[in-house]
Design a binder for this molecule. Structure first.
Ligand SMILES: Cc1cc2nc3c(=O)[nH]c(=O)nc-3n(C[C@H](O)[C@H](O)[C@H](O)COP(=O)(O)OP(=O)(O)OC[C@H]3O[C@@H](n4cnc5c(N)ncnc54)[C@H](O)[C@@H]3O)c2cc1C
Length: 392
């Protein structure tokens, strides 16, 4: 079937220009669909420090022809350890398992670098900035997006990629709401650090969790999670000096990395997800990325799943010219995998954030004693499933 000829008259709008929206725009454009991304902000900068692109995401990027470009701006990760607060190894997940399974490596990347790269793959006229979608309606064969500035867009279908706090999800699925994880998180990136970080790690200790990863050009991305009430006015005012106080007894180079971070570089968010949805496809409206399956960051899979979404949707749209059917097939292929990640990540977060000395001692002893085969169980489950498989 000559796919391009079947879809040339179709116009799809994407709400949100994050990783999910941009990758999906690239995927749809590549198969000849006219696509427009409507983004709320006036400038797309890719806020949010860095993140890991695991081998499954690199494979999805390869399907889109983007792997080599991303590898050039990503930092190759050859290892990852979970440590206790004194720096002793608790778990050394075998990331080579993931690489072998997908025949790809694991990378860390600065979010702004990835955004710039993805934007460069799209014609300028594909992205319209300063357009906040507030509502979607359907009239006859058309789907209509209503924007905050009073304008609207009539298209054949809409892909909703407006993130975990999705306004459109609130309209279409009012019962779905965000869940607060019980921990709050600061993120930062430092350039020209005196610390020459070689590998990526996450430290679990009584004061909270601290993760650090090298990026290209000598930069370091880090995050710190501590247990806290939701939307705490106290933590809202926290600066690096406060975090330094919290993590002062943690192993090197954690205090140094916090100390070298400018306060203006600090990003603060409560960690939330959404309880797994029962549906992602609503006639000609489809939820993808965090808007459809936001997860806590404990498996480093949120953006990776958004990239997989783009590839699976492209695959389904290639097979059928019936958009409703393609959206339903997409839902079938994505619900189980994303539900597994959301639920597992939620559980990992609970254990990683234990702050009772007794429970920490128990957890750390078990983690040291357990055989590797058991410790890697979550990783294996993620691996056992090929995201491109159509058998669910
Ligand atoms: C601390 C932390 C660490 C993480 N680490 C990792 C990691 O290591 N690996 C990984 O894979 N993932 C990680 N993630 C998850 C990852 O950041 C998200 O899963 C990913 O960014 C989701 O992309 P998205 O495009 O769905 O949503 P977003 O990135 O939230 O993008 C949504 C876009 O929609 C726009 N928008 C919002 N509302 C509207 C509207 N009404 N109209 C128009 N536009 C709108 C927003 O401005 C934004 O540009 C982490 C997340 C956190 C919080």
């Amino acid at each position: 079937m000559n796919f391009k000829s079947t879809h040339t008259n179709i116009e799809i709008a994407i709400i949100g220009g994050g990783v999910a929206g941009l990758c999906t725009a690239i995927a749809l454009k590549d198969i000849g669909i006219r696509v427009t991304v409507y983004e709320r902000v006036n400038q797309l900068k890719g806020l949010g420090a860095g993140f890991g692109l695991a081998a499954n995401a690199m494979q999805a990027l390869a399907y889109l022809g983007l792997r080599e470009g991303v590898e050039k701006i990503g930092h190759f990760l050859d290892s990852y350890n979970i440590l206790d607060h004194q720096g002793r190894i608790l778990l050394s997940p075998d990331t080579s398992l993931l690489s072998d399974r997908y025949q790809e490596d694991n990378f860390a990347i600065h979010r702004a670098d990835l955004h710039r790269f993805l934007i460069d793959q799209l014609p300028k006229e594909c992205i319209i900035l300063g357009k906040e979608a507030i509502k979607i309606s359907e009239k006859e064969e058309k789907t209509i997006i209503h924007f905050a500035d009073g304008t609207s867009a009539n298209v054949d279908a809409v892909i909703v990629a407006d993130g975990v706090h999705s306004k459109i999800r609130r309209q279409i699925i009012p019962t779905a709401s965000t869940r607060y994880s019980g921990y709050t998180c600061w993120r930062g990136v430092i350039s020209n650090s005196t610390v020459k970080l070689k590998s990526s790690s996450e430290t679990w200790g009584p004061a909270g969790r601290f993760g650090m990863t090298p990026l290209v050009n000598g930069r370091i991305y880090w995050y710190a999670c501590i247990n806290a009430p939701e939307k705490s006015p106290l933590y809202k005012t926290y600066k690096t000096a406060d975090l330094l106080r919290v993590f002062k007894n943690y192993h090197a180079p954690i205090p140094k990395i916090i100390g070298e971070t400018d306060d203006e570089q600090l990003l603060w968010n409560d960690i939330v997800d959404i309880a797994p949805l029962k549906k992602l496809a609503y006639n000609k409206i489809l939820f993808i990325g965090d808007a459809g399956h936001a997860t806590t960051p404990n498996m480093g899979q949120g953006a990776c799943q958004a990239i997989e979404d783009a590839v699976v949707l492209q695959d389904e749209l290639k097979k059928s010219k019936n958009i409703v059917q393609s959206f339903q097939q997409f839902e079938q292929r994505r619900l189980k995998r994303t539900r597994y990640i959301t639920n597992t990540s939620w559980q990992i977060g609970k254990v990683a954030q234990w702050d009772s000395i007794f429970m920490i001692g128990f957890r750390n002893t078990i983690m040291r004693l357990l055989p590797d085969s058991i410790k890697q169980i979550q990783l294996r489950k993620l691996l056992n499933e090929d995201f491109m498989s159509t058998h669910k």
